[in-house]
Design a protein around this ligand. Structure first.
Ligand code: FE
Length: 208
């Protein structure tokens, strides 16, 4: 599939998209075309309700259930849709698994494609020019900046998102988590670990 972003409105935005969006919102509201309350609901949904929690649930399930994990790696889209995770920017999801041999990380070199239904709205750094350029050119250095140091014989594989395909990294399950239930495992799964720029927490780092 070509990396065709021509249908992405955000690729046409000037360097200060926040300002531009605010201006549009003000204009549309003034003309009675949009209801600011409705916009707030959409933003709140992606920022807080979805956030990275849905992705964390998918990861926790995959850690606990080998059949679920297998199905996820084979064709993630229907598997996550069954959990109710589908829609905008989630039409075709591919899950890539980290192992001792391979570490995966995700970027969108042209803009900011991201699996919204699983991870919510992308963080600012994901959309930055620096990350988009450097993730491909010097992935190991970028990972070091994120505090991710890999064994020398672990290969880094960088996945460039497209308008058609969104990636989710399935991180390695931390040691010492054998007895944990799904909710406890979810608490270990960070957003960055599902982008490939972080590791999951270990049980002693778990958020309270
Ligand atoms: Fe993109």
């Amino acid at each position: 599939m070509p990396h065709d972003h021509s249908d992405h409105p955000h690729s046409l935005l000037p360097p200060d998209p926040a300002l531009r969006v605010k201006a549009l919102e003000t204009l549309l509201t003034r003309k009675g075309l949009v209801d600011p309350a409705a916009l707030d609901v959409i933003i709140d949904t992606y920022e807080n309700k979805i956030g990275p929690r849905n992705g964390a649930r998918v990861v926790a399930k995959a850690w606990r259930d080998p059949a679920f994990r297998q199905a996820l790696l084979e064709d993630a889209t229907p598997v996550v849709a069954d959990l109710g995770y589908y829609g905008r920017q989630g039409e075709h999801v591919v899950v890539v698994e980290n192992t001792a041999q391979t570490h995966n990380m995700v970027v969108c070199t042209l803009c900011s494609c991201y699996p919204w239904p699983l991870l919510g709205i992308p963080p600012a750094w994901y959309k930055s020019d620096a990350y988009r350029a450097r993730a491909v050119r010097e992935p190991r250095k970028v990972l070091q900046d994120f505090g991710v140091t890999l064994a020398e014989n672990t290969a880094v594989r960088v996945w460039d998102s497209t308008a058609e395909v969104r990636y989710l990294v399935l991180p390695e399950r931390p040691a010492g988590t054998e007895g944990l239930d799904e909710a406890e495992l979810m608490a270990l799964v960070t957003r960055d670990s599902m982008i490939g720029t972080g590791f999951p927490r270990t049980p002693d780092q778990a958020a309270p």
